[in-house]
Design a protein around this ligand. Structure first.
Ligand SMILES: Nc1ncnc2c1ncn2[C@@H]1O[C@H](COP(=O)(O)OP(=O)(O)OP(=O)(O)O)[C@@H](O)[C@H]1O
Length: 201
């Protein structure tokens, strides 16, 4: 089985590309959804989070606002949270890969926003980066905003600046899928890639 790592910066179109793979019949592991599941009601992460940040789990539910505030204000909080989340996500990912192998899937996709930052790209057979021009991503981020509100251009730029550069991501990628034009254009690139992979296997 060939493992396709999918990544990209904020609002670069990763989820859109992941959906295109899924619709083409390729199983996708969605790292963000996995984190949401682990931190959702009854999720495996909750008892561990409550242990290191008491008061953040109320009636079996994670108080995301309280956790965000802790992460924002305590210097080592993010590291401690990641120390809980990373092993749990890794275990879920391993389970996904095992299931895919058991089903003899020819390919699978790991949709991981920080794929390169955590060095997982080195363990993938092919690394795909979703990319869109900065101006497109900025306007997508501003449209989306935080909790529904439109974000200022300065905040959006600040968020993007904190991320790995497109140049660095492109350097480490095998394939770049451009999402700056239409969805149809992105779909054609995904289908062409899958066609090439199927021909080669
Ligand atoms: N090819 C495309 N054509 C038009 N709109 C697109 C295209 N790709 C993505 N979009 C839009 O851009 C926005 C961001 O896309 P998406 O959620 O796929 O990005 P993402 O990289 O997963 O974002 P994040 O990681 O920041 O959540 C969405 O509103 C989506 O509908």
């Amino acid at each position: 089985m060939r493992i396709i790592g999918l990544t990209g910066g904020m609002a670069a179109g990763k989820s859109t590309v992941a959906t295109l793979f899924r619709r083409a019949g390729v199983p996708v592991f969605d790292a963000d959804a996995c984190v949401r599941r682990l931190q959702g009601e009854g999720g495996k992460a909750l008892p561990l989070i409550e242990q290191i940040f008491p008061g953040t789990v109320v009636e079996g539910r994670l108080d995301r606002g309280a956790l965000r505030e802790i992460v924002r204000t305590q210097p080592d909080a993010l590291k401690r949270l990641e120390a809980i989340m990373h092993p749990l996500v890794r275990a879920e990912r391993a389970r996904f890969l095992k299931q895919c192998r058991a089903r003899k899937e020819p390919f699978c996709v790991l949709d991981i926003p920080l794929l390169m930052e955590i060095g997982e790209d080195r363990r993938c057979d092919l690394v795909v980066v979703a990319e869109a021009p900065m101006s497109t991503r900025l306007s997508r981020i501003r449209q989306r905003g935080r909790s529904g509100a439109r974000m200022s251009m300065t905040d959006a730029k600040r968020l993007l600046k904190r991320q790995m550069s497109d140049h660095e991501r492109r350097r480490r990628a095998d394939i770049v899928i451009r999402t700056g034009l239409s969805r149809g254009h992105a779909a054609r690139q995904v289908h062409a890639l899958l066609h090439r992979l199927r021909e080669a296997s």
